[in-house]
Design a protein around this ligand. Structure first.
Ligand code: MIC
Ligand code: SF4
Length: 638
């Protein structure tokens, strides 16, 4: 078996390990972050279970940290108290970004991790089967339920050679994105191997597996080897190591070869992570902002590689450079070794250890300027600026460009090669991770007025007559469906309020039209719902009465979230997509009956009278969930 299959087979509780079949796996660890966590814990609480049943569950606060009103701070207190009550570790705001922290302090090779954030595969860099999912799926895992998924194919990315100067892990994942595109990983696990991996440290591997999310992959994983051991030793967690290697090098559905010696600095251009070009091919364009940070690229080594380039130099007068360290560990270490002083001296604006500008929590770029970011996603408007021009690149490319004020190949700036490997010893201080209470009955969960109960859907209607409220194109992201950013994120615990922002950037009249029509249907192109795990992109449309999404294809996590909240995700052929216009009437005459007992769903264009049908492809479990009106109703009925 390969590494992915070993991880799955050791956790398989239902189904057969045949690509395309639905399987269920047991979950050892969970993680949540604050923007998805409030809902996840409300959902867990609704299940009436006194304590989480996982080996380890951790609640992080890293997204909603700009406190420009009481909402975020209230949510933090809710999260802290509910974690204490239900047996969950709580990482305090300021301690760092969930994925980097989890890999540093809790990753366990050979175990499974389910996280309510799409970049959970970060811990795949340490040999975990780490999967992103909606908050409700994570709540169920905390309740001891298995996680259901479609058994993926396993793609091997074979790495050979070594990085040359100026090239780093970010360039590997940008190359994979260039080769496979933002939908190339759907239904697949990306497993890395080959002699080239022996020189890659866990933080470098984590930068690669992290952004497997941008491929739409189920997850990405590296073997657990001597590098993994060295990392865990340096984190004083040697005892957590276990070896995990593939039995042979040819147990894969597909093989991709990348020669690290030939890899060059790459950059994703606006506004999709797979619009990848060589830095050389676009060098010279002016730059107004450079941001170094995010769960993909803010490890100690990443910060050091940027600091080494910026040392003794000045940030170009036209550039605003921000640095957000991924964890307090990395932050304290660059403080103690003087690299922070180099960054400050160069003119960097130092932010706290959070997601920050990556999710539009401040630092939105000025109009019309190019913003170079070491982040994960450059979807349109995600930075908080309409018509933004955001690029994704490595910390070295970012630092070089911050100095020149132009997109710059770091090889033109680096005068001497300083290799930043693993430190022998990381600085260990877990004092900002709070253990759950020994006396849970005495813990009072603090709920601010921003926390509203989550809405529950009725069981599926026997038939429906609706309107197509919105027709959109390919690759619609969850940032398009349910935008984030500093203004909207504080409403994550308040579904009625946040639902007023659904599709805001695509068509601001969507919420009012959906409500006027008493609900409706959304028509989408291919890869509908790519990007984040936010279940709000299903929950808020459900609140507005959206009953079905008809699309050419769906992204994995979003499809699960739609089902979890009782919205039918129906895959349709391109000619059906073409046949329907926005505002067309659509009728499902035998909806519940077909979901119950047929493999197809029939629907009629009420304007033309023409009838169509599409295979729904739902498993028995998914049919039951949809018939019940969503996963919570289904679990209660069980
Ligand atoms: C993201 O990078 O888009 C986020 C914000 O981390 C999301 C989670 C969320 O929307 O809360 C993700 O990646 O799942
Ligand atoms: Fe945070 Fe950005 Fe990572 Fe999402 S991608 S978890 S917003 S740093």
């Amino acid at each position: 078996m390969n590494v992915a299959q070993k991880l799955i087979s050791s956790h398989l509780v239902s189904g057969e390990m045949k690509a395309g079949e639905e399987i269920a796996i047991s979950i050892d660890q969970t993680l949540t972050q604050d923007a998805t966590g409030t809902m996840a814990y409300l959902e867990f609480e609704a299940m009436g279970i006194p304590k989480v049943k996982t080996k380890l569950s951790v609640s992080y606060v890293d997204h909603n940290t700009l406190q420009s009103g009481f909402e975020n701070a209230d949510d933090h207190r809710f999260l802290q108290t509910i974690a204490s009550k239900y047996g969950v570790y709580f990482s305090r705001p300021g301690n760092g970004i969930c994925h980097q922290l989890h890999t540093e302090r809790f990753s366990r090779p050979g175990q499974t991790l389910l996280g309510s954030d799409s970049h959970t595969p970060n811990a795949g860099g340490a040999g975990m089967l780490a999967i992103g999912a909606g908050g409700l799926s994570v709540a169920l895992a905390m309740a001891g339920e298995p996680f259901w998924l479609v058994m993926p194919e396993v793609v091997r990315v074979n790495l050979t050679g070594q990085f040359s100067t100026g090239v780093s892990a970010k360039d590997v994942i940008l190359e994979v994105l260039r080769l496979l595109s933002v939908k190339g990983g759907v239904g697949k696990i990306i497993e890395y191997g080959g002699e080239g991996i022996k020189n890659l440290t866990v933080p470098e591997r984590a930068a690669i597996t992290n952004m497997g999310a941008e491929l739409g992959a189920t997850t990405s994983v590296f073997p657990s080897d001597e590098q993994t051991l060295a990392f865990l030793k340096a984190q004083q967690r040697e005892a957590d190591w276990a070896e995990l290697k593939p039995d042979s090098d040819d147990e894969y559905d597909e093989i991709i070869n990348i020669d690290l010696n030939k890899l060059e600095p790459l950059i994703a251009t606006p506004s999709s992570p797979d619009n990848v070009k060589r830095v050389r091919d676009i060098e010279g364009s002016s730059v107004g902002q450079v941001c170094i940070g995010s769960c993909a690229n803010s490890s100690f080594a990443d910060l050091m590689s940027a600091a080494n380039i910026l040392k003794g130099k000045r940030v170009h007068p036209d550039v605003s450079l921000t640095i957000s360290p991924g964890s307090r560990q990395a932050f304290q270490m660059i403080t103690e070794n003087g690299a922070l002083t180099d960054l400050i001296a160069a003119g960097a604006r130092v932010l706290e250890c959070t997601c920050g500008p990556c999710i539009g929590m401040g630092q939105s770029p000025s109009n019309g300027v190019n913003s170079l970011r070491t982040f994960t996603r450059n979807f349109p408007g995600r930075s908080g600026t309409v018509n933004d021009q955001t690029y994704l690149c490595s910390p070295m490319t970012a630092a070089a460009s911050a100095i020149t004020g132009k997109i710059t190949d770091p090889r033109d700036i680096i005068t001497e090669t300083v290799t930043v490997g693993l430190p022998e010893q990381y600085l260990i201080d877990d004092s900002m991770i709070l253990s759950p209470s020994d006396e849970p009955d005495k813990v009072v969960v603090v709920r601010g007025p921003n926390i509203k109960p989550f809405p529950i859907k009725e069981p599926l209607e026997e038939s429906l007559k609706l309107k197509i409220i919105l027709k959109v194109g390919d690759n619609i992201t969850t940032d398009d469906i349910m935008p984030a950013g500093a203004k909207i994120l504080p409403l994550r615990s308040n579904i009625p309020a946040i639902s007023e922002h659904v599709f805001e950037k695509v068509d601001a009249s969507f919420p009012s039209r959906a409500k006027e029509e008493g609900g409706g249907v959304v028509l989408g192109g291919s890869n509908y719902g790519q990007g984040s795990s936010r279940e709000h992109a299903a929950l808020a449309p459900m609140f507005l009465g959206i009953k079905a999404v008809l699309a050419k294809s769906f992204a994995r996590i979003h499809k699960d979230n739609l089902i979890n909240f009782g919205i039918i995700p129906l895959e349709i052929e391109p000619d059906i997509y073409d046949a329907f216009d926005q505002d067309a009437g659509i009728e499902f005459p035998e909806l519940a009956k077909e979901v119950r007992g047929s493999s197809v769903i029939t629907f009629k264009d009420t304007n033309t009278g023409k009838t169509y049908s599409s295979e729904h492809g739902l498993t028995q479990r998914q049919r039951d969930v949809i018939l019940s009106g969503g996963l919570l109703n289904y679990i209660k009925s069980k």
